[in-house]
Design a protein around this ligand. Structure first.
Ligand code: F6P
Length: 344
């Protein structure tokens, strides 16, 4: 059987583990795998190469994706779906494995509904994909963010400063919540719970009046200020990508300025940005990526089109990509309440 694989959307630690797993399982069965370059762009253009043992050797520990990625949306490209069909026909590909988040898998769901042989693997550091308990990449991101918060602690303490740490997470605050909880943040701000600046400052003031000389605020890039009432994000650029997303970023600096003005405490902001996505994956993400890859290969072998590998408890199961991409998985507010116990 001939397989194709692509990685789409923002890169994420563990992608190479998935590619390696699909290829290694395929080689065991004398199947072949074509690696498409740069996400859906490669499938539209027929760009990529047949993978050999050489290509997938020594990549397990490497971040990023050996195939490259992009945010190309075939449904925003003229005859995108038709071109994808033509590429699969030309290469004789029987099954396509799409590795991505809501956007890449949203396309996979549409293609499967149109009769194409597509299965999915859930990827995103944001952990906001429904249908699965966890996406790979999330564990690495929260560990990087936690380590950064640990480091920020010692400098905050030495300078008696308030430090705002801005982490990724557009519409879901999973990274902020987990890294903030694990890193002992004094305030955590997430998109799901628009925040009141006076309340944030009052938590910090009370803490300092109790004798603490520094504070750590962890904020998702998508955190919103309640009092602005316009429900808008703080954005870096107004242009949208092919999936309609603006480039977020800036809430950390905005918060730092406001906190310093309102409390009088010296405040600095650190934006972790793409550091959270780069570099070597954790053991958990390597294992999860490998399990997803093997499972997706099996799904495709069985012809279970439109399905995606997902983690449920300790088990990997198959779910409909369509269901998984209907709505984002936002933060469980009960867990946020646990984090609130440690605020201030
Ligand atoms: O979707 C994953 C993600 O890392 C988001 O958390 C973040 O907003 C976005 O990608 C950044 O995208 P880009 O790589 O285009 O800057």
């Amino acid at each position: 059987m001939k397989f194709g694989i692509l990685t789409g959307g923002g890169d994420c630690p563990g992608l190479n583990a998935v590619i390696r797993a699909v290829a290694r399982k395929a080689f065991l069965n004398n199947d072949v795998v074509f690696g498409f370059h740069y996400g859906w762009k490669g499938v539209i253009e027929g760009d990529g190469n047949w993978l050999t043992h050489y290509h997938v050797s020594g990549i397990l520990h490497r971040g990023g994706t050996i195939l490259g990625t992009s945010r190309t949306n075939p449904y925003k490209t003229e005859d995108g779906e038709k071109k994808i069909k033509q590429t699969l026909e030309k290469l004789g590909i029987d099954a396509l494995i799409a590795v991505g988040g809501e956007d890449t898998l949203g396309v996979a769901a549409k293609l499967a509904a149109a009769g194409l042989p597509v299965v999915g693997v859930p990827k995103t550091i944001d952990n906001d994909l429904s249908g699965t308990d966890v996406t790979f990449g999330f564990d690495t991101a929260i560990n990087i963010a936690m380590e950064a918060i640990d480091r920020i602690h010692t400098t905050a303490e030495s300078h008696n400063r308030v430090m705002v740490v801005e982490v990724m997470g557009r519409h879901a605050g999973w990274i902020a919540l987990y890294s903030g909880l694990a890193g002992g943040a004094d305030v955590i701000l997430i998109p799901e719970k628009p925040f009141d600046l006076d309340e944030v400052c009052s938590i910090i003031k009370t803490r300092h009046e109790r004798g603490k000389t520094f504070s750590i605020v962890v904020a998702s890039e998508g955190a919103k200020i309640d009092s602005s009432k316009d429900d808008s994000f703080v954005v870096q650029a107004k242009e949208v990508d092919e999936f309609g997303h603006v480039r977020l970023g800036g809430v950390g600096n905005l918060l730092a300025g406001e906190i310093e003005n309102r409390t009088g405490y010296e405040t600095r902001a650190t934006i972790l940005g793409h550091i959270q996505r780069g570099g070597t994956p954790t053991a958990a993400d390597r294992v999860l990526g490998s399990r997803y890859g093997v499972f997706a290969y099996d799904l495709a072998r069985k012809g279970e089109w439109g399905k995606m590998a997902a983690l449920r408890g300790q088990e990997i199961i198959a779910v409909d990509i369509q269901d998984a991409t209907k709505e984002l998985k936002t933060v469980d507010l009960d867990l946020y309440e646990v984090a609130e116990v440690f605020f201030g």
